[in-house]
Structures are given as C-alpha cells and as structure tokens.
Design a protein around this ligand. Structure first.
Ligand SMILES: *Cc1c(COP(=O)(O)O)cnc(C)c1O
Length: 365
C-alpha cells in the first residue's frame, strides 16, 4: 500500500490546542472561563442584533469584498479601504502570508514566546520556523535582528504579545523594521491594540502606510468579543493586498460576521466600557496576584502571565485546583513557560472568585 503522504513539514506541526471552550464542566457547573482572552463584557448588543438580522439572509453568498465592513474600518481608523483586507479571523492572514511569501528552504522568524500560530503557519508553508530569545518576557529587537539570515522571508511580531502580555514601544518596532532587509515582510500582529493605553505604543498603521514590506493585522475577536464569528483584517501595501486577494477564499468572511463587525464599530460607548473595565482590573489583578507570591510580568492587555515560585508542578497543581472550582485558565507548557498560567480578565465577581481561589491555593501549598 502506498498511502498519500503530506508534504515535508506538515507532520512536524503540533496542532494548535485552543483554550477550553465549554461553558459547563464535567459536573454540569457553569464555568468561569478565563482561558481564551475574549473581552470580559462580551459583544456590543448592537453587534448581536445585526448578527441576528443577517442570519435571516444566509441563503445568499456574502459580499466577497466585505465592502461595507472595509469602509467602516477605514472611517474608524482613517485608512484607505483599498488597502484593507478582511479575513476569516486574523488567523487566516497569519496562515496565508507565509504561504505567499515563504516556502521550502526559507525561514519565518518570531520571538521566543511568540503566538502559537506562527510556527504552524511557517511549517504549513514548508518553511522553517526560527525563534529569537526574549528578555524578561519581552521581545528583544537586537536578538530578532541577530537571528535574521539570508533565508529569512517573513517576521512575525505580536505587539502586544500573547501569552506574555508585554509590548514594545513604536520606536523599537521602527528599529526592527529599519534593521530588516527590504525584501523581508514584517507582519505586526496587533490583536490587542485597543487595550493598550501607553503613549509610546502604536498599532502599526503609520509604519505600514509608507512601506512596501510591512503589514498590520487586527481582529474583532478580542476587545470586540466577536470571536465566534471569525472576523479579522489587515492593512498592507497594495502589492501585498493584491497577492493576498489571489490566494484567499473568495467568500472568506461570512455575512453574519460582516454585519456584526460593522455594527460593533458603531458602538464606541461599549468599546469604551470594555477598555475602562480592563484598565480598572489590570493593575488590580496584577497587584493581588503579586501579593500572594506570584511573579507577574507587566501586562498591557486583558490577560496576565502568572508564574509560580514552586515551578511547573505548582503551576499544574494550581490549574487543576482552579478547574476543580470550575475556573478555567490557560496552561503554557506548549509555549515553553511551564511554570506559568495565562489568566484573562473577566467580570468583577469572576475576578474575586479567581483571586480567592488562588489565595487559598497558595496558602495551602
Ligand atoms: C487571539 C489572537 C489573534 C486573533 O485571532 P483571530 O483569528 O482573529 O480570532 C491573533 N494574534 C494573537 C497574538 C492573538 O492572541
């Protein structure tokens, strides 16, 4: 028997393991889900209403160019709609760009604790994933540049990064771009941009605007809480946009997602509430986790990395303990941070329950 064989690289992929998605646990209890970084407040009611209306029209194919949504995005961020491409989650963009710009013999570079999709996307393209060390859980631009070889074709930068929650200032991103060869595509993954309130941060549009070799990706999955509808977008140079359109699915963004995302952009009050909720809890959660002995690197987003002084076995025990209390958090063994758990910011009572639980756990171990 001569069975079909996947291309080189495919079987090197370790399939992405998502945060658990069920809302009840094995005992049927409602869980507090702090494992996948969705926003605490959930989507705008206007977005949900638009989704329900659009659901009545699903007999028709969606608008393959997502024109209304692109125009709404362009108005919101003052961008050229022709240079925006919408996608089936930003994941679709992160997956396709390596297939367009890299292949066998090429390298795709990202930082040590970079988002788990990057190695998958590189290997699926037939390219080799390469990592550069981070310093104190932050991207180190010099180390990234030192890892560039003449095979490097694409560099992923998650800014802020998941799962560390750390960010680098716009000046560092500009230095990274300036240090990369012109033919290397820099993909700035700004999935958490809306949560960042620091003055020295930029999501990347300015850098894209005058370049031929830099793109910014964004998503409706995080602060807008539309993860289940799978809507993302990128802003890029015309030639990159043109290449992407040739490869993407012709109807990559479903009609319900287009309608909901367009409506979500109209509800700036809801967005503001989500950001304010996060601004209130981020320092509070960080302070209270540190007070019970955990190491929490500075985060600028809606989740924190909590590292356990007792190492990997204590982190694993904490995850099991929290699960026994119907609280789900994300273990980071697959990211090479086995002594850490990623915990996202939930509602007020969810945060109090989490902190109470972890306090009891730390007292008892
Ligand atoms: C969640 C996340 C994404 C977005 O994924 P979608 O496919 O848009 O849901 C992209 N990059 C990072 C770093 C993320 O954490």
């Amino acid at each position: 028997m001569n069975a079909p064989a996947p291309r080189a690289g495919i079987l090197d992929i370790k399939a992405y393991v998502p945060g658990r998605s069920s809302v009840t646990d094995s005992q049927g209890r409602r869980v507090i889900k702090l494992s996948s970084n969705e926003s605490a407040l959930g989507p705008s009611p206007r977005a949900v209403e638009a989704a329900q209306e659009a659901a009545a029209g699903v007999v028709r194919y969606p608008d393959g160019s997502a024109l209304d949504l692109r125009e709404a995005i362009a108005r919101r961020w003052d961008l050229d709609p022709e240079r925006i491409v919408c996608s089936n989650g930003s994941d679709e963009i992160l997956q396709l760009l390596p297939r367009i710009y890299a292949g066998p013999g090429d390298e795709v570079l990202y930082s040590q604790y970079g988002f788990a999709i990057y190695p998958i996307a590189a290997l699926a393209a037939g390219a080799a994933p390469v990592t550069a060390p981070e310093r104190a859980f932050r991207v180190d631009v010099e180390a990234m540049l030192a890892a560039v070889t003449n095979r490097t074709k694409l560099v992923f930068l998650a800014n802020p990064n998941n799962p560390t929650g750390s960010v680098i200032p716009a000046s560092d991103v500009a230095r990274l771009r300036a240090g990369l060869p012109d033919h290397v595509l820099l993909v700035i993954d700004s999935a958490y941009a809306e949560f960042v309130t620091r003055d020295d941060y930029r999501a990347g549009a300015e850098l894209v605007h005058d370049s031929t070799n830099t793109v910014m990706t964004r998503t409706f999955s995080k602060v807008y809480s539309l993860a289940g509808l799978r809507v993302g977008w990128m802003y890029g140079p015309p030639a990159v946009v043109d290449a992407f359109h040739r490869v993407r699915g012709p109807f990559n963004v479903n009609a319900v997602g287009q309608a909901a995302a367009t409506a979500a952009l109209d509800d700036s009050d809801h967005l503001q509430r989500a950001i304010e909720h996060n601004d209130r809890w981020l320092p509070e959660l960080t302070r209270r986790l540190k007070a019970i002995g955990l190491d929490v690197p500075e985060s600028v987003v809606n989740f924190v990395l909590a590292r356990f002084p007792g190492g990997p076995s204590q982190a694993a025990a904490a995850e099991r303990f929290l699960a026994s209390q119907a609280i789900l958090v994300r273990d980071l063994g697959a990211y090479g941070i086995p002594d850490g758990l990623r915990i996202n910011i939930g509602l007020d009572d969810e945060m109090e329950t989490l902190i109470d639980g972890l306090t009891r756990f730390m007292d008892e171990t």
